[in-house]
Ligand binder design. Structure first.
Ligand SMILES: Nc1ncnc2c1ncn2[C@@H]1O[C@H](COP(=O)(O)OP(=O)(O)OP(=O)(O)O)[C@@H](O)[C@H]1O
Length: 627
């Protein structure tokens, strides 16, 4: 048997595509060839199960071996092998999908999908690293002859009689000069570990030494001995291939540790399992969030039939769940294709919304089943939920029932509960319910206290996402506005019909305004005399809610450049009912008035963490003097 020929279907055009576009990373040749070997082993098992192969199956095994001297890497399997005709058909006719014929032939078999090879190009990735590729193979078919195929990466090939005496295939790669880095045991081990750690057939790479018990010595103590065993690099039944009912919490936690050895235990997990209208299994974990979000992205590993593909799951996993950890396995995600294609793919879209729905359902279930524990985890979960609420309408529809608002007392409320809680006291004269919030409870403490005295409740909105969440709430909730607790003096936070009066005469009011304007003598501060309770602070400095929000957005790069450039504008509210104001007005000299007014303003700024630099120094020395 000797035959020479040309590989059909414009192979000349295909090689550069394989090299450049399909596989940006040439290490994946090993993934492709090992996957083919795994497929071959699974196919023979299937044939045996269907009664179409009666011979000895042996233990399924794929072996990767390295010969540094000969500069070869060999991938061997005891799968179904190929006849010379099959080589011509499956290997030579590149675009002819061998798998589709296989499926056609066994289409009545259950799980035929499982064995579809999707691309028909994987084998040729060998030429990314080899300048000569040889196949030695013996088919399972009765009376089959061993066959050998050899190709140097041009469009010419040669088929001759082969040397293999047992069923299966060896793919021998003669590694080219540019790819010699792969002729290293460590490099291969690393690649196998990356792509093959969870393949469904044992993958052997060399041997390793282990210790096993070896009877007892003369004194009756147990003895051990060292033996060489196959170095199997993979776990063939990772947890996502099992049914949730077979698994205990420890199994999920162990698997998490295996994937992320240095991480704290996750908060909870979701086992994904769907076979219609697409195939997908996996386990997604909610990690404990650290502040360094960037570090926690790209922690979801994408597999296709247990072959690791990538940890860039953008588009497949909704953006707001990118901080989740775990694995997703789906043969229905197109691989090796460009991002834009992936975005447009209808399966990818379906998978994306499936994951969104599953996560929402799981959260709802946790909330319903054990609200206390849900609340305890809220600091971590809340970030996902808020992000999801803002970015995905469908998620919002579900999440609005379990999203929580937390107040300064640490109590949690659903959106409906909170509305009920505050609506009586916190409805303004226009009928809008005003939710008060703090972004920094320590800094805004004096305002929180004042609000508290009025019976108002204050929410804590201090996570990085709350800025956006606040805007979202205002859009979604009917007749509801949110105001930061320090955006006005307490009486003006929630405007009511009744107007309070202060005790100063018109003349005194005007005088007080002048004194304070002079004492401040800085642009951007607008002085106003207001009627607050005598126990409230004599002076309060605030920034208007709208202005502050716009400025915050500008700082975060929200396209509000105009507001970013506006000077800071503050309101200085003088409490006409505070006895200190009367004292200032009654002070002996103008100088004395000025000093006291300055002191009162600085105290207000100090209590809000707004006093620093030379102003702070001046305040301290003035205080010393006054004592
Ligand atoms: N080790 C092997 N044993 C038996 N047949 C093989 C082996 N490797 C490749 N083949 C045959 O060659 C065909 C083409 O392989 P190739 O890797 O190019 O495409 P594929 O396996 O169909 O798809 P892909 O690997 O891209 O998912 C396979 O479908 C299979 O029929």
């Amino acid at each position: 048997m000797q035959e020479k020929g040309n590989i059909s279907i414009h192979t000349e055009n295909i090689f550069p595509i394989i090299k450049k576009f399909l596989y940006s990373d040439n290490e994946i040749f090993l993934r492709e060839l090992v996957s083919n070997a795994v497929d071959a082993v699974q196919k023979i098992k299937r044939l045996a199960a269907l009664g179409q192969y009666q011979g000895e199956l042996g233990s399924p095994l794929v072996e990767v071996s390295l010969d540094e001297e000969k500069k070869t890497i060999t991938i061997s399997d005891n799968g179904l092998g190929m006849t010379a005709d099959e080589i011509k058909k499956y290997i030579n006719q590149v675009a002819f999908s061998g798998a589709s014929e296989f499926v056609e032939k066994f289409k009545d078999a259950k799980d035929a999908n499982e064995i579809i090879g999707k691309f028909g190009l994987g084998f040729y990735s060998a030429f990314m690293v080899a300048d000569l590729v040889e196949i030695q193979t013996l088919s399972y078919q009765e009376g089959a002859e061993p066959a050998r195929w050899v190709c140097d990466g041009s469009t010419e090939f040669e088929i001759t009689e082969g040397a293999r005496s047992t069923r299966g295939t060896d793919i021998i790669l003669h590694i080219n000069k540019d790819a010699e880095e792969f002729l290293s045991k460590y490099k291969l081990e690393e690649i196998l570990d990356k792509y093959g750690k969870f393949l469904p057939v044992p993958i052997k790479f060399g041997t390793k030494t282990t210790t096993e018990p070896d009877g007892e010595d003369e004194e009756g103590k147990p003895k051990t001995r060292q033996i060489e065993v196959d170095n199997i690099i993979n776990t063939t039944n990772p947890i996502w291939t099992k049914a949730p009912t077979e698994l205990k919490d420890e199994d999920y936690l162990d698997f998490y540790k295996q994937l992320y050895p240095f991480s704290e235990d996750p908060l909870f997990w979701i086992h994904l399992n769907v076979d219609y209208p697409f195939n997908l299994t996996g386990v997604l974990y909610f990690p404990k969030l650290k502040n360094d979000f960037e570090m926690q992205r790209n922690k979801i590993k994408l597999f296709s039939r247990q072959v690791f593909i990538t940890d860039e799951v953008k588009d497949i996993v909704p953006e707001f769940l990118m901080l989740l950890h775990g694995v997703i396995d789906s043969p229905d995600i197109p691989l090796n294709v460009s991002r834009s294609f992936l975005q447009a793919d209808s399966n990818v879209k379906k998978i994306n919304s499936y994951i969104t729905k599953k996560v929402a359902d799981k959260l709802q279930e946790l909330f319903n089943k054990d609200r206390k524990s849900f609340e305890e985890k809220w600091t971590d979960i809340g970030l996902f939920v808020k992000y999801g609420i803002i970015s995905e309408e469908k998620f919002n529809d579900k999440a609005k029932d379990f999203a929580l608002l937390t107040n300064t007392a640490g109590e949690n409320f659903t959106l409906n509960e909170y509305h009920e809680k505050v609506k009586d006291l916190q409805t303004d004269k226009n009928g809008s319910v005003v939710y008060l919030y703090t972004t920094d409870a320590a800094k805004q403490d004096s305002f929180i206290q004042s609000a508290g005295k009025k019976g108002y409740d204050v929410l804590v909105m201090d996570s990085p996402i709350d800025n956006h969440f606040i805007n979202h709430l205002e859009q979604k909730l009917e007749k509801t506005v949110l105001k930061r607790v320090d955006s006005s003096v307490v009486d003006q936070l929630i405007e009511k019909d009744e107007q309070n009066e202060h005790v100063l005469t018109e003349e005194q009011t005007e005088k007080a305004k002048q004194v304070f304007e002079k004492a401040i003598s800085k642009p951007g501060y607008q002085v106003e005399v207001v009627a607050l309770h005598p126990d409230e602070m004599p002076v309060t400095v605030t920034m208007d809610e709208f202005m502050r929000r716009m400025k915050d957005m500008a700082k975060m790069g929200g396209g509000m450049g105009f507001y970013g450039q506006m000077p800071d504008n503050y309101k200085v509210a003088i409490n006409g009912n505070h006895k200190l104001i009367g004292r200032i007005l009654a002070a002996g000299s103008e100088e004395e008035q000025n000093k006291l007014a300055k002191q009162a303003v600085d105290l207000a700024l100090l209590s809000q963490g707004m006093l620093s630099g030379s102003d702070l120094t001046a305040f301290v020395s003035r205080s010393v003097e006054l004592i």
